[in-house]
Every structure is written in C-alpha cells, then in structure tokens.
Design a protein around this ligand. Structure first.
Ligand code: HEC
Ligand code: HEC
Length: 368
C-alpha cells in the first residue's frame, strides 16, 4: 500500500522536475513518511497500536494535567477537554448542550467532536503543547482512551486499539452533529460551485516583514458585553479581560505613550508624554510591540500572574543579579519550567537581538 503511494508521489515529483528543470528534487520515502501522519475520519492513516485507560491516566497526570486539569476541566486559560456530554448524547449522537437554549457556557472538546480520528490525530501531532510529537502511537491510544473515559464514552477497564476504534466512533456524543449544508459545500472538487466567503491572494512582492496592528477595538465598545473579568465560566475558569478600562491603560499607564505605540510614532513626539513616568513608560512603550508580536502578553501581564509570572515579579527577582540580562535573554528563547511553578514556558522563536532587548527591559528598565 505504502509502496504504491510512494511511487505515485515520486511520479508526481518527476513531473514537477520536468516542468521546472533544475528546481527541487523528488522527496524521499522517509521524508514523505515524516509528513504523512494525518488520520482521516475513516481512520485511513491510523497506525496500529493500543493503550488502556489506566496507562492513559498516568500519561495524562504526567504530561497533560498541568494545563488541562486532572479531569480535563482545564486550568487557568486553556479550553476544557471533557464535560457537558451525557449518556443520552452517546445514544443519540447529538450533544444536547449544543442546541439553542442549553445552559452550557463553554463548549468542551468532547462536546464538539464528530470524528474520533480528530482527537487521535490532534493529540498525536500537537500535544503536549510544549513537546509535540513526543508520544508513541501506543501512548496516543492510551491518552485518547483516558480522555474518552473522562466523558464516560468508554469504561475504566477499556483498552483502545486500531481494531476497536470504529466501534468507539459509534459512541461519540456528537457524531451526528456536523452538517455540510452550508455555503461552502459542495466546492468545485466535488462537482459543486460554492465558494468560500473569504478570498485570499499571496503577497509576492514588497510584502510587509512585520505585522503592524492598525486598529483596536474602540474604548467605547470594550464593555459592550459587561465586565468580562467578572464573568467566570462554569467549566474551566477562563479569565476575561478587564473591560472596565481602556486596553491601553491596562498595559501602559501613560495613555499618550500607548497611543504612540499604536500609531508607531516615537513617544516623545506625542504631546503630553512628558510625565514623571516618562522614561519607564517610554521603555515599556518601546518593547510593547515586541511583547505583542511574540504573544508574550498572552501568558504574562505586567503586575499579575496569568499563565506565567507577572513581569513585575520577574524584574524584582533578578534586578540585583549581575548576569540578569544574559540569563533572561537565554530563558526567553529557551523557555523553562519549575522556577515559578509546574506550568512550562515553551521555547520562543524570536531573534537574539529581540530577546536581549526584552531582557534588558526586564532587568534594567522595568517599572510597573
Ligand atoms: C503547556 C500546556 C499544555 C500541555 C502540557 C498540554 N496541552 Fe493540550 N492544549 C494546550 C493548548 C494551549 C491548546 C489549544 C491549542 C490551540 O488552540 O491551538 C490545547 C489543546 C488540546 C486539545 C484540543 C482541545 C480543543 O477543544 O480544541 C486536546 C484534545 C489536548 N490539548 C490534549 C492534550 C493532551 C492529551 C496532552 C498531554 C499528552 C496535552 N494536551 C498537554 C496546552 C497544553
Ligand atoms: C505559553 C505561555 C507563555 C508564553 C507565550 C511566554 N511565556 Fe514566559 N513564562 C511562562 C511560564 C509558565 C513561565 C514560568 C516558567 C518557570 O516556572 O520556570 C514563564 C517565565 C518567564 C520568565 C522568567 C524566567 C525565569 O527563569 O525566571 C521570563 C523572563 C519570561 N517568561 C519572558 C517571556 C517573554 C519575553 C515572552 C515572549 C517572547 C514569553 N515569556 C512568552 C509562560 C509563557
């Protein structure tokens, strides 16, 4: 089977080579195997293997619970995995809590999923978040079985395998919950003419090298749904932003500097920026685009703990260390675990210059 698939790819690559002589080479079978990991809804592509709920529980506690909670309820800001499904849903194949009028504030993975292959494939390719593709096939079976057990879809003594996964698919709570009756279906590849509602074209020349945020939700609209920070969800307390104040005030106390950053203008050119906080504020304004571009602010706030420690606490901890800049620049790139708690910080892909700039800000210029 694989030989035939490999041969047809090699053949396709041969055509490409003829069409564009001197460009590229045929992919090797090993290269194709490394990419070809998808598992389809009909379980094509699923490797052989097996794993029990009990084995899965151990993997879950060791490698997943720090972010998703012991019962898949999810800690801090991660989306919940289990919850919201019933034995009735397992019978009908339609999750009642997804229907209009249901009293379910947040949708869990087990509520939404219509195909079990999606769960297996997603864990196999993307989880744990800080070490994707580090699980063996048997470990993926085991932890998938554990997740299914959290939703009472399989019993505690169950062993999931390539031989019985189709039977389990027939118990998935939302297996009848998807529809193809929407605007994009059927597309040209299925003989239809429906088009996606968004059209894109790739930029090939003079393209921007960096993303610049040009518009923000206007301050008057921030609180349109009430104070989000006070609206704790029932499943997995997901933190909402403090919408009672303008966004810029929260990240940058000096509004003029905030506007300067938004407008990508040097802060000293904005009238009113000359306040006592000026130099600390300016230092913060200078690093803010970097913090946003690298999504640091998704996990760190200035003076409160989110997923990671408050930047203020980091600055306090290292301000008297002579090698603080070097140390922090290294940690920002490599990530780490265990200094502030058990949640790991994944490695960050930013340049040495960027991590040094951020480290200098934390070690020398920080002011809350
Ligand atoms: C360091 C934190 C972290 C760890 C550890 C982790 N995850 Fe995740 N997980 C996430 C994040 C963040 C997402 C959402 C990712 C996204 O939307 O791109 C996620 C998403 C998921 C989802 C999909 C949820 C949905 O509804 O879309 C599943 C299933 C999942 N993780 C399973 C696991 C399993 C199994 C493990 C352990 C082998 C694991 N995770 C370990 C952070 C983590
Ligand atoms: C996915 C969430 C996440 C992202 C994104 C993230 N961090 Fe972290 N960060 C953490 C966690 C969790 C810790 C605590 C790690 C520990 O306990 O050792 C941490 C720790 C740190 C520390 C302290 C390291 C130490 O040794 O004390 C610094 C500095 C830091 N992060 C800076 C950054 C910067 C700068 C960025 C953006 C380039 C960033 N982080 C992006 C989660 C994150």
């Amino acid at each position: 089977m694989f030989a035939a698939w490999g041969a047809s790819i090699a053949h396709a690559a041969g055509i490409t080579a003829d069409k564009y002589p001197g460009i590229g080479r045929a992919a090797t079978p090993a290269e194709i195997r490394a990419w070809d990991i998808d598992v389809r809804p009909d379980f094509k592509g699923l490797p052989k293997g097996q794993g029990s709920v009990r084995q899965g529980e151990e993997i879950w506690e060791g490698k997943c619970a720090s972010c998703h909670g012991s019962f898949g309820e999810s800690s801090e800001i991660f989306t919940p995995i289990a919850g919201g499904t019933t034995t009735e849903d397992i019978k009908t194949g339609r999750v009642n809590n997804l229907l209009p009028g249901a009293n379910q504030p947040q949708r869990t993975a087990l509520m939404k999923m219509a195909t079990l292959s999606t769960l297996w494939d997603y864990i196999n390719r993307a989880m744990p978040w800080n070490a994707p593709k580090s699980l063996s096939a048997d470990e993926v079976y085991a932890v998938t079985a554990y997740v299914l057990n959290l939703g009472s879809i399989v019993p505690a003594e169950f062993t999931l395998s390539d031989a019985n996964i189709r039977e389990v698919q027939e118990r998935l709570p939302n297996r009848r919950g998807t529809t193809t009756a929407h605007a994009m279906w059927p597309g040209p590849e299925f003989g239809g003419s429906a088009k996606p509602d968004v059209q894109g074209s790739a930029c090939m020349r003079d393209c921007r090298k960096e993303v610049i945020v040009k518009s923000f939700l206007p301050d008057y609209a921030r609180n349109a749904h009430g104070q989000l920070a006070e609206q704790m969800r029932v499943v997995g307390g997901i933190r909402g932003a403090d919408t009672s104040r303008p966004a810029a005030e929260i990240f940058m106390p000096n509004r003029a500097l905030a506007l300067a950053t938004q407008a990508q203008v040097a802060p000293e050119k904005i009238a009113g920026a000359a306040s006592p906080r000026n130099s600390a504020g300016a230092a913060r304004a200078a690093v803010m685009p970097l913090l946003q571009k690298n999504a640091c602010v998704g996990c760190h706030a200035m003076d409160s703990k989110l997923v990671g420690p408050a930047f203020k606490d980091v600055a306090d901890k290292y301000k008297s260390r002579t090698d603080a800049v070097n140390y922090l620049a290294g940690k920002i790139k490599q990530g780490g675990q265990g200094i502030w708690g058990s949640t790991p910080m994944p490695p960050q892909s930013l340049s040495d210059a960027e991590s040094t700039q951020l480290a200098q800000w934390l070690a020398r210029d920080f002011s809350p």
